[in-house]
Ligand binder design. Structure first.
Ligand code: AMP
Ligand code: ZN
Length: 383
């Protein structure tokens, strides 16, 4: 393809897709479109195996992302004077800093409390009179219970008005629970590291889909099996092309997220297309408390530990928060090998970035269906 080959919007469909493995195969920075000295910062997200994928930003990219995040906050009604408690993780994950930049862009006050430490989180929420909560929806659902358990009455002790929740799928039931508990208005935010981070799309007050910032992202839906472009309104995999990114201007990036695109003007008056809330994925990626996990990453770790059998099972459950357990077969003599267990646990933590409960089980005990292993058991309640 040459730039001259693209004359109309329809020509975009001729551009080959970019996929996550393109980023992984070019780890860490083989996919840069600018010389490395122009990079302003780097972030990373889970790849499909042991290595993460690295995403890069020039100064202009960072300014653009900040502006998009600012608009995202603005659409949700966040203003100067608001106090934003940012409970997304700060660090390589784009959530923490992305929401931080957004709060700064609208002139609100940001409290970078990051993830975890729930008691302190609730204390700050009350004492600093936070008006905006930004975190994963699963953490906010957890705070519903945790705040009562800590003796707070959420509607009177806290003054939250707005919630910015994303990074993982969540149900309308979860939304209702959060809103009823805290008396706030919850907005769904969508994004991904490869596309700057959060701030790709946000629900306006109509909450009939998430507006995609069309001046930066060209959005298409495709049939995930054939790659064929679908008409607006049909369900398919979202594909994004970035229009002004300098460091990593991804073309037709396949997200694996399933949704629909609506192009009609919204009742809020905005013309930015809307995507339906994400329905699921067309690959096997799991999102556990906002963290992306591929079963292949777990396999990669297990294959590299000596002394294990080769069958394993990943069990995802929900007890207050999402939990990840890995059962792996081991020979008789090693079932009580604490050192081995510890090693698996440490290596999984190093790769996945979240804690797992590891169990060594007898060889032959994990189910095999017609010879095929059932690798993932997801026990989380469906809506
Ligand atoms: P990350 O790159 O770690 O930010 O993860 C991006 C992925 O998180 C997306 O491809 C989606 O699968 C998921 N995700 C992000 N925001 C949402 C959301 N609002 N609803 C559902 N899934 C989401
Ligand atoms: Zn709207």
């Amino acid at each position: 393809m040459k730039p001259e080959s693209i004359k109309t919007l329809d020509d975009v469909a001729k551009i080959p897709f970019t996929v996550k493995t393109d980023l992984r195969d070019n780890y860490p920075l083989g996919i840069l479109a600018v010389p490395p000295h122009r990079l302003y910062c780097l972030h990373a997200s889970s790849g499909t195996t042991g290595k993460p994928i690295v995403v890069a930003y020039t100064r202009r990219d960072l300014e653009c992302w900040t502006r998009l995040m600012g608009r995202t906050f603005d659409v949700a009604g966040v203003r100067k004077g608001d106090i934003v408690q940012n409970m997304y993780g700060y660090g390589l994950f784009t959530g923490g800093l992305g929401f931080h930049y957004g709060a700064r862009a609208v002139g609100a006050t940001v409290v970078p409390s990051s993830v975890g430490n729930t008691k302190r989180q609730l204390m700050l929420m009350k004492d600093l009179r936070s008006t905006v909560a930004a975190c994963t929806p699963s953490y906010m659902v957890y705070l519903c219970e945790a705040s009562r358990a800590e003796g707070y009455s959420p509607r009177t002790d806290f003054v939250l008005k707005i919630g910015l929740f994303g990074a993982e799928p969540w149900s309308e039931e979860a939304r209702k629970r959060i809103e009823d508990t805290f008396g706030l208005r919850a907005h769904d935010c969508f994004g991904m590291s490869e596309l700057y981070g959060p701030g790709v799309a946000i629900e306006c007050d109509q909450r009939n889909g998430l507006h995609v910032w069309g001046d930066e992202f060209l959005v298409e839906t495709i049939n995930p099996d054939t790659g064929e472009v679908l008409e607006p309104g049909s369900e398919g995999e979202l594909v994004f092309t970035m229009l002004s990114r300098e460091a990593m201007p991804l073309l037709r990036y396949r997200t694996r997220d399933l949704s629909r695109v609506f192009e009609e003007e919204c009742a809020c008056g905005r013309y930015h297309s809307r995507i339906q809330r994400i329905k699921g994925r067309s690959d096997d990626m799991l999102i556990i408390g906002g963290v992306n996990i591929f079963p292949s990453q777990v396999e990669h770790v297990l294959m590299n530990v000596r002394g294990l059998g080769d069958q394993y099972q990943i069990v995802v459950s929900h007890e207050e928060l999402d939990r990840l357990a890995v059962k792996v077969e081991a020979p008789q003599g090693r079932l009580n090998d604490f050192e081995l267990l510890k090693k698996v646990q440490t290596d999984l933590f190093a790769t996945l970035g979240i804690r797992t409960r590891v169990e060594l089980v007898e060889e032959g005990s994990l189910p095999r269906l017609e010879g095929k292993a059932k690798r993932v058991v997801d026990l989380r309640p469906k809506e």
